[in-house]
Design a binder for this molecule. Structure first.
Ligand code: C5P
Length: 242
């Protein structure tokens, strides 16, 4: 596959916008540049599954439904089956509650749905783990790796992790186990300190082994979102060509 197609397919834009009108504006603007649109809680709760049509009608990009499911195995399984009817490629399930929930991923594989397990949200820093009830001295990298191993054994297509742990995951899990990295902050992006904690640049994420990166605010809030997306594509291309 040529480098620019590879770079485009590695870029997921987070459609974190309040309504379908805004969603349509960004899909039209970025449909030639990004390989996948991620629809998360804000847009999905406001507009419902109908909002997926905006992506399907205006682009050939795939769809990532980032609902971060977190419930008992039977409920997650039914939710995944419902999601599979919408023609989405990726969906997220929280990876904190172990194998039984994640095993539901295997049951929807043949419906074309790739389940990604959330390891530890990129907004969480290592210093917060103690306060969240984890045992003293547990490293965040170890926690992420443990969850990635469970996700792999359970049949998930991959995980969502930060750019700080991605190299370890690619080294310890097999190479075809996908690592999707949010918390992307290009050096040139005009973004104040926000809720993200474990951040890396697009180049660092790809060089460390990310298969796909998720970018929201650095593109959405740029003066010219399509120019920002192209700059990120250039960074991905240059990291891939090393
Ligand atoms: O605006 P920003 O680039 O921080 O957007 C990151 C996106 O990735 C958001 O939609 C967020 O919900 C999502 N995400 C994340 N961390 C995870 C999983 C998903 O930031 N672990």
């Amino acid at each position: 596959m040529n480098l620019s197609i590879l770079a485009k397919n590695s870029l997921i834009f987070a459609l974190d916008v309040p309504n379908r009108k805004e969603a349509e504006r960004y899909v039209r603007l970025l449909s030639d540049t990004v390989g996948c649109f991620k629809i998360g809680l804000e847009l999905f709760i406001k507009e419902g599954p109908d909002v997926l049509k905006i992506v399907k009608q205006n682009s050939s990009a795939s769809i990532f439904l980032d609902l971060k499911l977190h419930d008992i195995p039977a409920t997650v399984h039914s939710a995944l089956r419902s999601a599979a009817t919408h023609g989405v490629r990726f969906i997220t399930v929280h990876g904190s509650d172990g194998g039984q929930i994640l095993q539901t991923a295997t049951e929807v594989k043949d419906l074309g749905l790739e389940v990604l397990a959330i390891t530890v949200l990129t907004s969480i820093s290592e210093s917060e783990l103690g306060g969240l009830g984890y045992k003293e001295g547990l490293s965040l990298r170890q926690l992420v790796l443990d969850r990635a191993n469970i996700a792999k054994k359970s049949g998930c297509a991959g995980v969502v992790c930060s750019g700080e742990e991605v190299a370890l995951i690619k080294q310890k899990c097999s190479n075809d186990f996908k690592a999707v990295v949010p918390g992307i902050r290009p050096i040139w992006a005009d973004i104040k300190k926000d809720d993200q904690s474990r951040i890396v640049t697009p180049r660092e994420a790809i060089s460390n082994g990310a298969d796909l990166i998720v970018v929201g605010r650095p593109i959405r809030d740029a003066k010219e979102p399509s120019v920002a997306a192209l700059k990120i594509i250039e960074e991905i291309e240059s990291a891939l060509s090393v």
